[in-house]
Design a protein around this ligand. Structure first.
Ligand SMILES: Nc1ncnc2c1ncn2[C@@H]1O[C@H](COP(=O)(O)OP(=O)(O)OP(=O)(O)O)[C@@H](O)[C@H]1O
Length: 282
């Protein structure tokens, strides 16, 4: 069964959201919507199914809509149109209380900037989600300790974030997200701030954890090598449109268009920078 269904989702940013949406629904692209309404069409007509228990990667250049898409899954952003069904429930229709419940129990997020609380210890950070949802303190700290151990940070419980390296901080971020035992883990460029060797270590660790956990993990990256390494499936965005969804093998051997082909050709083992997208046509 699929965990998440994204159905005909549009997202327009700007003061004239409705006017921008009306143009987008007529099929106008990002440039024309911007020209006519000064609004940014960040996602247009995105429909996809995200299977349960897999690592699903969302990839594309800077500005292609990756962060917007992943933020729909925990309601940080509301779509201008369309549905985001999580186990059949439309996240876009949840009220503030429903969203709070969703974020406390079902969907956790790991950020690129780690998002740790600087005045709390590693252990308090790891247990933070459990403490804020009202679990007994000893139980929450016990779970925090367990997850710190699982991500290789045993012995660092009493340290503060500024005493840790970037890689260690991201491990705390991962432990904190996993301690909440979410069904869905959202990772937005979670490893992009790390240097290449640490980044590869983190990818390995995530894959190792996933062998036991079988979580639904949605992972945003602009790096094709990372996507190929960790993704069971990869969705590629271009100017807010979905251009291809496939297995790493399919992306490599049957790129759907020139945009995907350029990603694949540029690969050659070198980590890519994240150039911004050029003007959109349409
Ligand atoms: N809050 C906002 N207000 C206005 N425009 C926005 C907002 N958030 C995103 N956008 C625009 O929506 C488009 C998609 O942005 P988004 O951040 O989703 O892209 P991205 O692929 O995640 O890029 P990056 O890799 O640089 O983070 C861009 O054109 C961006 O300028």
């Amino acid at each position: 069964m699929n965990k998440i269904e994204v159905r005909q989702v549009y997202k327009v940013f700007g003061a004239q959201e409705k006017a921008g949406l009306a143009l987008a629904l007529q099929g106008l692209g990002k440039d024309k919507v911007l020209y006519q309404t000064s609004c940014t069409l960040a996602l247009q007509d995105v429909t996809l199914s995200i299977p349960a228990g897999q690592v699903f990667v969302i990839m594309g250049l800077s500005g292609s809509g990756k962060s917007t898409l992943i933020r729909l899954f925990n309601g940080l952003i509301r779509p201008s149109a369309g549905e985001i069904l999580l186990d059949g429930q439309d996240v876009a229709r949840l009220d503030a209380r429903g969203l709070r419940e969703l974020r406390r129990h079902k969907v956790s997020m790991v950020f690129q900037g780690f998002g740790l609380l600087p005045h709390k210890t590693t252990l308090e950070n790891a247990a933070f989600a459990l403490l804020t949802r009202g679990e007994p303190k000893d139980k929450a700290l016990e779970a925090g300790r367990l997850w710190l151990d699982r991500v290789g940070l045993k012995g660092y419980e009493a340290k503060y974030p500024d005493e840790l390296s970037g890689g260690m901080r991201q491990r705390v971020g991962l432990a904190r997200a996993l301690a909440a035992d979410p069904e869905v883990l959202l990772m937005d460029e979670a490893f992009s701030a790390l240097d290449p060797l640490i980044r590869t270590d983190m990818q390995d660790q995530l894959l190792q954890l996933q062998k036991d956990l079988h979580k639904t993990i949605i992972f945003v990256t602009h790096d094709l090598d990372e996507a190929l390494r960790i993704g069971n499936q990869i969705a590629i965005l271009y100017h807010g449109r979905l251009v291809q969804v496939g297995s790493p093998q399919e992306i490599l051997t049957r790129p759907a268009n020139d945009y995907v082909r350029r990603f694949v050709e540029k690969r050659a083992g070198q980590p890519q920078a994240a150039p911004a997208e050029g003007p959109a046509s349409g």
